[in-house]
Design a protein around this ligand. Sequence first.
Ligand SMILES: [Cu+2]
Length: 669
Amino acid sequence: MMEARYWSTLKKSAGSLSFLVLAGLAVWIGGFRGSAGHADELPFPQPQLRQSSSGILRTTLQAHIGDSKLVDQNTGATSIVHTPTFEGTIPGPTLVVKPGDTLSINLVNDLPPNPPLNQQRAGAFPHDFNTINLHTHGLEVSPGGISDNIFRDMEPGTSHSIKVDIPRDHPSGTYWYHPHKHGTVTHQLLGGVAGFLIIKGGSGTLDDLPEIKAAKDLVMGFQDIRTATAANPTVPEGYVPLVNEETIQLGTFPFFTTVKKLQGVWSTFGLDGAPGLSNFYYTTNGVTNPTLHMRPGEVQRWRLLNATQGDNLVLSLQGHALHIVAMDGITVGKMITLSDKTPLVIAPGQRYDVLVKAGAPGTYHLQSLDPAAPASVSPSGIAPKSRNSRTSFDFPTPCAPSPETDCKGQLSYPFPLATIKVDGNPIDMQLPAGSLPVPAGLPSVDTMLNTIPNATRNVAFEMCGKAGMTQMAMPKNRLPSCGWYFAEYDKKFWGGTPFLTLPLMRDDDDKGVPGNDPQIPLVNFKKEGLFNPHRPLFDNMIADNYEEWTVINRSFSDHPFHIHQNHFLVTKINGQTLMSPEWHDTIIVPGATPQPSNPLPPPPQPNINTTPSGSITFRIHFNPVTVGCFVMHCHILTHEDLGMMQRVDILTGPNQPPNHCDADQMVLH
Ligand SMILES: [Cu+2]
């Protein structure tokens, strides 16, 4: 637990930020008054724009504890929260560059000092929450040196140069930036440290299409900001809570125990289903449920970004279709139209560019639906079943009403992420028809599908437990056992008492040694399953090669797969071929089904060891510009921070070392 003396230091250093506090507040109040005539509405803001000129965007991103005023969607109460931010705002400024530009960032870390190591656990346990770095999510750029290098450590009180050369043929589209220091990402993103990174123009861009040029271009960044209530023992009210240092459990399992050791690592935010220790705010561009005005018949381009910690947002806009023109920054071959009856699922980390044509005058909500609602993993329409697997359940969640559940007094599904008011003079704007421009910089879909892969790989997401010792209910039904792992993932590895369950990402071609009990296999994998920055999962991935991968999910909850540096073309979900393959850099690998229900059904109950796994299959081409080392991981940040991640090396040729791999010099503490 955090010592009081650390927080008294922090509060003193916060005093010097009072100017920024006042300035931030003035902007907010000014914005509120600016929408005269709509006094009951929160205005729909756009983050500050920073655009490149003459081939370079030179800017500073100062990380510091920002002070933001947030309105609780449920109670209407307003509070000031004190969370890690870039430039004091949630989200940070929107950076806009062109293909061929250089992005030159002076990253200043003015977050408070980290607590001394004798006041927190170390090892692979999440710690040093004020150390950062910067990832440019979705960019096909160098991962080395001072480019998109997530192996750098930027300590509080230091400044660092970041220089990212955007290739001349980089696809234009919607990307984003956020810190990626292993173990600290959850804490920081729950404070809102993230921003849009937009590439505009270039050949094959959507931006030149007359219908899109005419449309207002808005970003919509969805975030979940979680701050302590006055009852939280770990940090003062309004700050982002720290982790449970005593725990031996992931998540918040088991529910409702008062024994700290048996509560989860994030139980400092409140046990699932039992809020009280933290407030949570679902914000759109830093505001809960802002109001956007559109004219009847107006077409707007919305750049949707899910920058939450780990929620699969299931979105629908009342009375309106969403017309998808790009996924994860890459323009689709043909616009995909989802009616308001077909929700759009956005996984954490994903972006969708959608066009919306306003209908009749009225008020409509852009809603976040119950995550268990039937919805496909991607717009191409696979497995639109009702599933309970779309939240990590690592934190208190909004209430899902049912005949048995009365959500009175709680934030409950569906809730509005934004309110759209259609009013004013009608205008008849058009949606694009026919094929959309083919994006630059990627092999064609035909090339991806028809090139014989240089390699085929199988990777797995799974949770495993220590045989007979897991505290989860019904372990035989929930977890395969991986007993041997616990020799390596010991007290030293975790900087204290080891976890009883492990979130793995591993090579699934390595089948391990099955134990005697088929119901609870004891698996002795040769390749390890938790993140090790010093060891790539594979040592034979070569630049310019084409590969085919299947990522399976041997757990009952979804895990969004994200690989840095290279987009991939998804061809199958759960073994079913998509009608049209989709470019992504992040996509949900659906959980195994059928899922166990609560309470458990009568026997035979679902057993993860015998239930069919969820999966995605994709083709990938390793862009030579991405030679070096980077990572792939689950984009549920609580999983990533605990090691559901692997290092990826792209080599220049067989048996060559990756260029500039800072991870090899990294010192772990
Ligand atoms: Cu995960």
